[in-house]
Each structure stands twice: as C-alpha cells, then as structure tokens.
Write a new protein. Structure first.
Length: 97
C-alpha cells in the first residue's frame, strides 16, 4: 500500500497541510486552491469586502451553486432524453403494429 503524499496548500494566505492519495488528487487540490485564490482576488478587487471570512463565504457559495446548477441541469437533460426516447419508442411501436 502506498503512503499518502503530504502537501501544503495556501488559501487566502493561510497554509493548510494535507494528505492526498496520489498525484492526481494533489493536482486537483492545487487547481482548486488556485481557483479559490483567483476568486478571492476577484472579489477583493470588485467589491468592498474587508473580512476574509465574507470573501471565503462568497467563494464557497459560488462553487457550491455551480455544482448544484450543473446537477439540476443534468437532471433536466436526463428527463428530456428519457421523454424523447419514450416518444421514439412509441413511434416505432405504432409503425410496427
């Protein structure tokens, strides 16, 4: 069994030592931290936010809402696909009778 990799991630100027299972997980963590730090910079430049807690809360909301919106869209797309498949099945069935 491979030992976990120890990495250090910096978010909003604070260090967070983490353990990851492999280099893919490390890459994902580093990309996520970069995205968070970029969003923090954007919020700090565009809004009068003085508290890092508020900025981090806004970042969390943005990332979480993107996941939820994507999930809802996926459900809608799946429902539409199922309905179209049912329509096609009914059309094929009616032509076979």
């Amino acid at each position: 069994m491979m030992d976990n990799l120890k990495i250090n991630i910096v978010i909003a100027g604070r260090n967070y030592p983490l353990s990851v299972r492999n280099t893919k997980e490390e890459e994902g963590m580093r990309k996520a931290a970069l995205a968070i730090n970029n969003l923090i910079s954007k919020y700090e430049q565009n809004y009068a936010v003085s508290d890092k807690q508020d900025v981090l809360a806004m970042c969390a909301l943005q990332f979480a809402s993107k996941l939820e919106i994507a999930s809802l869209q996926k459900e809608t797309d799946s429902t539409e696909t199922i309905n179209k498949l049912k329509e096609l099945t009914n059309m094929v069935d009616s032509h076979l009778k």
